[in-house]
Design a protein around this ligand. Structure first.
Ligand SMILES: Cc1ncc(COP(=O)(O)O)c(C=O)c1O
Length: 376
C-alpha cells in the first residue's frame, strides 16, 4: 500500500492540515478500533481483568518490537515523569548517585532529577548547548566514578535537535555508568534499536508520533540491570504475583515488570497498541525515510520564505519537527488554527511536525501561513 493511501485512516485529514504530531497525533481508525475492543468487552462481559491484562501485555509487546527489546524488559506506567521517578527511586546505585543530563530535557525529566537531588538521593548536573545539539565529549571532565547515569533525550522537544545516542551510551559505559533515553520526540519517526545502540533504559509516552492517547507510557530497562534495582516507587503490579494479595512482604517481579506500579492505564494501553501496530504495519523503515524527505522539504521551503529556522539545518541532525522562530508563537498557532492548520507553539517557536501521511503541499501551505502571520 502506498503511504498516501493510509490517509483515509485519519478522518481529520480531509478537513485539516495536521502538523501537530510533536504534541498529539491525529485520531486514526486503528486506534479507535483498538479502544472499541476495550469498550465492547466492558459492555458485554462486564468485568474481565484477564482480558485487560492480556491487552496491556500486547501493548508492551508492540512497544518491545518497536525498540527491538524483549517484552520482559518493558514496564507500563502512566507518563514519562512516572518512568523517571521510578528510576530515581532506585538511587543511589552502589554509592553512585551522580546524574548528568542536559538543559534541553523536557521538565518531566529535569524536574525529577532536581527533586531527588533536593532529597539527597541524586546529585544532578546539567550540560548546556547553544543550538540544542550535545556531544558526548561534553561529559569529559564531569563524568567520573560517582556517575550512575547519563540521562539524555533523543530528539529535543524545543528545536528537534537529534542526539547521537550510541556516543552517549559508549561514554557512559566507559565510566561504569548507565544511560537513560527520553525517546518521546523520536519514537514513531525512526527505527530505534536499543540493543545496537547499547541503551540501558528508555521511556516514551504514546500520544505524539506513536498515534495514541494520553495516560500511558512505557519504560524499557535492560533485564540484567532491572534485576539489580529495587524501586521505592512501587505497587502491587510490580510484585512477583500481584494476585497473591499479601500486604506484609516485599518482593519484586522479574525483569522490568518490577517497575509497574498499580492498576495499569488499560484504555490508554489498548489505544497505544492500536497506534504502534499500525506503525509497524506501515513499516518503520518507510516511515523514517518519508519523514526525512518531509523534514528536508520543510527546511528548504522555510528558507525560501525567509523564515528563521531554530532547528538544526542538517536534516540528519534533527527529528521530524521543524521549529521556526517567531515572536509570539501562540499568536502564530492561533492564526494557523483559524486556517485549519495545526501547528504547535513552544516559547518563541512554532513547531511544524509532519508524519508519514503528510503531503508536501500541506507543509507549503503551513509555511505560507506562518510567513503571512508574521507580516500582520
Ligand atoms: C521529550 C519529551 N519528554 C516528555 C514529555 C512529556 O512527558 P510526560 O509523559 O511526563 O507528560 C514530552 C512532551 O510532552 C516531551 O516532548
Amino acid at each position: 500500500m502506498s503511504l498516501s493511501s493510509y490517509r483515509k485512516e485519519f478522518p481529520i485529514l480531509s478537513e485539516k492540515i495536521h502538523l501537530g504530531n510533536c504534541s498529539q497525533a491525529p485520531q486514526s481508525l486503528p486506534v479507535l478500533n483498538a479502544m472499541d475492543e476495550y469498550f465492547h468487552n466492558w459492555r458485554t462481559i462486564g468485568m474481565d481483568w484477564d482480558y485487560w491484562m492480556t491487552g496491556v501485555e500486547k501493548a508492551k509487546a508492540s512497544f518491545a518490537k518497536l525498540i527491538h527489546a524483549d517484552v520482559d524488559e518493558i514496564a507500563v506506567v502512566s507518563c514519562v515523569s512516572d518512568a523517571v521517578t521510578s528510576i530515581a527511586s532506585t538511587f543511589p546505585w552502589n554509592g553512585r548517585k551522580k546524574v548528568i543530563t542536559t538543559e534541553a530535557e523536557f521538565p518531566s525529566v529535569g524536574h525529577v532529577w532536581n527533586s531527588f537531588t533536593k532529597k539527597g538521593l541524586v546529585d544532578v548536573s546539567f550540560i548546556t548547548s547553544d543550538d540544542g545539539l550535545y556531544s558526548a565529549d561534553q561529559l569529559d571532565g564531569i563524568i567520573n566514578k560517582d556517575t550512575a547515569l547519563v540521562s539524555i533525550h533523543h530528539v529535543g522537544y524545543y528545536n528537534s535537535a537529534k542526539q547521537d545516542l550510541a556516543a552517549f551510551a559508549k561514554k557512559a559505559h566507559e565510566h561504569g555508568a548507565k544511560v537513560f533515553v527520553d525517546a518521546y520526540q523520536s519514537l514513531g519517526t525512526c527505527d530505534i534499536n536499543v540493543k545496537e545502540l547499547d541503551i540501558d533504559m528508555l521511556a516514551s509516552g504514546n500520544l505524539k508520533y506513536l498515534l495514541g492517547i494520553p495516560g500511558v507510557a512505557f519504560l524499557y530497562v535492560k533485564k540484567e540491570i532491572a534485576e539489580q534495582l529495587e524501586p521505592a516507587m512501587t505497587g502491587w503490579f510490580g510484585r512477583i504475583n500481584p494476585f497473591h494479595f499479601d500486604a506484609t512482604h516485599l518482593d519484586f517481579a522479574e525483569g522490568a515488570r518490577r517497575f509497574n506500579t498499580g492498576t495499569p492505564p488499560v484504555i490508554a494501553a489498548f489505544a497505544a497498541r492500536g497506534g504502534m501496530d499500525f506503525l509497524l504495519e506501515v513499516g518503520m523503515d518507510r516511515i523514517e525515510q518519508r519523514i526525512q524527505e518531509l523534514s528536508s522539504h520543510t527546511l528548504i521551503e522555510a528558507a525560501k520564505r525567509g523564515l528563521e529556522i531554530a532547528s538544526p539545518l542538517n536534516p540528519a541532525l534533527k527529528g521530524a519537527s521543524t521549529a521556526i522562530r517567531v515572536n509570539d508563537a501562540h499568536k502564530v498557532e492561533n492564526y494557523l488554527a483559524e486556517h485549519q492548520v495545526i501547528g504547535s507553539a513552544r516559547a518563541d517557536v512554532i513547531r511544524l511536525a509532519p508524519h508519514f501521511f503528510t503531503e508536501e503541499k500541506e507543509i507549503d501551505r503551513a509555511l505560507d501561513l506562518v510567513a503571512e502571520s508574521l507580516k500582520q
